[in-house]
Design a protein around this ligand. Structure first.
Ligand code: MLT
Ligand code: MN
Ligand code: ZN
Length: 310
């Protein structure tokens, strides 16, 4: 199985268009130790020729153009694409807006939870993806589902599972006691497997808490991509960027007693990589103490273009 990080940043990207926080200013200035990142997406292939996207970021056009394996082949006919399916883990703008780049009558499949598919159905702009060419398929929670599209069985199987999290920001309604209208299926994690090789990994780009159920799932995994939005829960408030904690946004922090470093430490995961990293996060500075602490704890900080072979 081949996995490529297309984008490792959270919503807004790095740098974010309207942000001059320290990280954004430094990466814009080309300061050593800072590398730009696009918004959160992975590409996976079991056979090296058919690819499945995990989330479709607003930057998808750029991501595809920077990834030769994902471009149309010179010998594949006038219109062709190795992208056979897109699997969505939530309705956030940074997860779904890239679908709009995939118009042009190219056959592939879109997979999502019933909740995410309902969001696509409610927003008629997504009808630019003609459903007779781009079928939308429900990814039932807790069931291993073979991923097919464009007339191909990709050789990948995906199991979606609910994780603690939150509905997309623009869909929030009601009170905090109701988690702003969040329901099961609004935030999901994926177990992606290639039955032919017996390999599998987890992709959890948005998660509020590692509860015992999630910990049990991840135990002993070969590879986990995990929500690395913030280093500390109040970092956006402290930097004067926004009056919201990570918890309010549905994102666990990297550090601290409730953070993901501590939560995953006892689980024996062989390789751990942060993705969906917000531009406020000090781990984006390769020379920061926070970056050193994160790497010393056995984690990698995701970077666009990173390729992993399982
Ligand atoms: C998030 O990850 O919390 C969202 O992408 C935030 C947003 O939509 O701006
Ligand atoms: Mn996001
Ligand atoms: Zn910033």
């Amino acid at each position: 199985m081949l996995i490529r990080i297309l984008g490792a940043a959270a919503g807004g990207g790095f740098p974010q268009w309207n942000c001059s926080c320290r990280n954004c200013a430094d990466v814009r200035a080309g300061k050593p130790g800072f590398r730009a990142r696009t918004q959160c997406s992975l590409a996976v292939s079991a056979n090296g020729s058919d690819w499945v996207l995990l989330n479709t970021a607003p930057d998808l056009r750029q991501q595809i153009n920077e990834t030769p394996e994902l471009g149309a082949r010179a010998d594949g006919g006038l219109r062709n694409s190795p992208v056979k399916a897109a699997v969505l883990t939530g309705g956030d703008v940074d997860f779904i807006a890239g679908l709009l780049n995939l118009r042009e009558l190219q056959p592939f499949s879109v997979y999502g939870s019933a909740r995410v598919l309902a969001t696509l159905a409610d927003n008629s702009v997504f009808n630019v993806l003609d459903s007779s060419v781009v079928p939308r398929r429900e990814l039932p929670l807790g069931t291993a589902t073979p991923i097919e599209g464009g007339g191909r069985d990709t050789g990948l199987v995906v199991e979606a599972f609910a994780v603690p999290g939150k509905i997309a920001l623009y869909l929030e309604s009601g009170a905090s006691s109701d988690n702003y209208g969040s329901r099961e299926g609004d935030a999901i994690g994926l177990k992606v497997s290639a039955p032919a090789s017996g390999k599998s990994f987890f992709y959890v780009p948005g998660c509020a808490v590692v509860d015992p159920e999630l910990a049990a799932r991840l135990k002993g995994a070969a590879l986990v991509f995990f929500d690395g939005t913030l280093y500390t829960d109040e970092e956006m408030i402290r930097q004067g960027l926004m009056q919201k904690t990570g918890q309010r946004m549905g994102h666990i922090s990297i550090s601290g007693p409730e953070g993901s470093i501590d939560a995953l430490a006892p689980l024996g995961v062989k390789r751990k990589i942060y993705v969906h990293i917000n531009n406020s996060n000090p781990v984006l500075d390769e020379n920061s103490p926070e970056r050193r602490a994160t790497e010393a704890a056995g984690w990698e900080v995701g970077l666009d273009g990173m390729e992993i072979r399982l």
